[in-house]
Design a protein around this ligand. Structure first.
Ligand code: FE
Ligand code: ZN
Length: 524
């Protein structure tokens, strides 16, 4: 049979045409069911979109190109992970303490990559515009890859250190992990436009540098080349995600002036919620990494005050201003990490990583970085703890704290204008009282109380007896509620408590030939 040249076969499509064919060309107006019923979440938030074709696709990436790029990145990453494992790369880190930041990352951040994967899959289904749907579909796949590469990379550490054996289980149960968990679940249970504002803009565009930069440069400074590699592998995806964040904001703002106040309220809300999650990053930078990269205050200054400042300056032309309460994040920047680390030191029994009293060297560094606050408020406290430790009276807080109904962090923050006073707010709703850590969290609750009264607050749940394994009998004589809760968390020996005296420390000293019992052997 003679072959007939069709126009499609004879003419090679340009990249742009190909992209249009493979995105816009795939969408259609439904006829069996009305569009509003098929995309039933598109309107209830009040966002008005008049023309989805105005959506700009900054990357114009087709699926075949996407898979080609990603495959190449995977090949490189897994070659490095293999080499890291074969050469026992975990022995090259600065100190065994460093691994605690990875425990925080694996249980607090990697499961949120997976949450983001689910969230973007839902957005890919819900947006009536094809361009936005394709971008969300790609990001959904990226996020699944991020969760996987992080788990695979950190698995090498799991073979040698405690606290990482059951990260999914812990993520859904351990008290402080409800902070990042509830953040993503709040976004997932919002409408599609709020969800994309929360994650693509609030998280990826405004705050992501404050997670990835500290963790990745800390990894590099502390000899963890495996983590640096998955960070780099995610970075080119991240560039796409950030662009999606800013594009979706500009698109909503350009489509209708009525969208502006709605978007502003979401920016206020998600900035505050994101900032609260970053509390964990602040203590990681200032207290947890053995070789310091930069202080929390320096990071906040560069990545939010300066970069964020010029971003919001730029968005001013749409009528968007800086997020509400941003000034408080600046006035509290020299207290945040110390308030957080003090909390974890107090509740060391119930965290899935090891804590410690800061060394003299760490405290001197803090005095230098925080001249206005550290020596005045925090050094005396840590010195007192150290004294007590020496006397064999290590202080543990055995009373569970009150949690913020919104961000779920214990009420451990100080008043923005007074470092000596606990910040405490409350609201009444349907005859009950609800408690908050800040004005920002109270505002979020007051706008949508029917959502946040449902929060699963770990402390309340423990006191109600909901955090014991099935079959636990709390009425038996000598019942130890803390031990029962740790069993429910699937904690094993060494997962929690102090680094000094932990199995992780003992192993590390042995591997590095620093153990005391090794000394005579070496001398002989
Ligand atoms: Fe990601
Ligand atoms: Zn709060």
């Amino acid at each position: 049979m003679e072959k007939i040249a069709t126009p499609a076969a004879s003419k090679k499509l340009s990249l742009r045409e190909k992209y249009t064919q493979m995105t816009r060309g795939l969408g259609w107006e439904t006829t069996y069911q009305p569009m509003d019923k098929v995309f039933d979440q598109a309107k209830f938030e009040g966002i008005k979109i008049h023309d989805w074709d105005k959506w700009e696709d900054p990357f114009r990436l087709t699926m075949d190109a996407y898979w080609k790029y990603q495959t190449e990145k995977e090949r490189k990453l897994y070659a490095i992970i293999d080499a890291f494992q074969q050469t026992n790369g975990h022995l090259n880190i600065s100190d065994g303490r460093y691994v605690n930041t990875l425990k925080l990352f694996l249980t607090g951040i990697s499961p949120e990559e997976y949450s983001a994967h689910r969230l973007f899959a839902m957005l890919g289904r819900q947006f009536p515009g094809v361009g936005a749907r394709v971008a969300c579909q790609m990001q959904s796949i990226d996020e699944l890859r991020h969760a996987q590469t992080q788990v695979h990379t950190i698995s090498q550490y799991n073979k040698y250190f405690n606290g990482m054996h059951d990260f999914r289980h812990m993520h859904d149960r351990v008290w402080y992990l409800s902070v990042p968990k509830s953040y993503f679940e709040d976004a997932m249970t919002a409408g599609p436009f709020e969800a994309i504002t929360a994650i693509s803009f609030g998280f990826e565009y405004v705050l992501t540098n404050l997670i990835f930069m500290p963790f990745m440069s800390a990894a590099a400074y502390n000899g963890d080349m495996a983590t640096v590699t998955f960070g780099f592998s995610a970075q080119s995806d991240e560039a796409r995600h950030m662009t999606l964040g800013i594009e979706c904001i500009k698109f909503m703002l350009e489509q209708d002036p009525d969208n502006v106040p709605i978007v502003q309220r979401w920016i206020d809300k998600w900035f505050w919620r994101g900032y609260r999650v970053l509390t964990l990053v602040s203590m990681m930078l200032d207290y947890m990494v053995p070789k310091k990269v930069m202080s929390w205050k320096e990071a906040w200054d560069i990545y939010f005050v300066q970069n964020g400042g010029s971003l919001f300056n730029d968005l001013g032309r749409y009528g968007i201003r800086m997020p509400k309460y941003w000034e408080q994040t600046v006035s509290c920047a020299d207290r945040l990490s110390s308030e957080a680390w003090n909390t974890f030191y107090n509740y060391a029994a119930a965290a899935n990583f090891n804590t410690w009293c800061p060394s003299e060297e760490n405290m001197d560094w803090m005095s230098e970085k925080y001249p206005g606050t550290f020596d005045k408020y925090y050094r005396p406290r840590f010195e007192y703890y150290r004294e007590q430790e020496k006397l064999g009276k290590r202080f543990y807080n055995t009373t569970l704290p009150m949690l913020c109904q919104c961000c779920q962090i214990p009420l451990v923050f100080s008043e923005p204008d007074d470092a000596t006073k606990t910040c405490y707010r409350e609201s009444d709703y349907n005859g009950d009282k609800y408690h908050f850590c800040s004005d920002g969290c109270k505002d979020i609750f007051d706008y949508e109380p029917e959502k946040y009264v449902q929060s699963w607050l770990p402390v309340h749940q423990i006191y109600q007896g909901n955090c014991f394994k099935p079959g636990t009998d709390p009425t038996v004589e000598g019942f130890d509620p803390l031990a029962a809760v740790l069993e429910y968390y699937n904690f094993g020996p060494g997962d929690n408590m102090d680094y000094v005296g932990s199995p992780d420390e003992a192993n590390w000293l042995k591997w590095k030939g620093l153990a005391k019992e090794d000394a005579p052997k070496k001398a002989a």
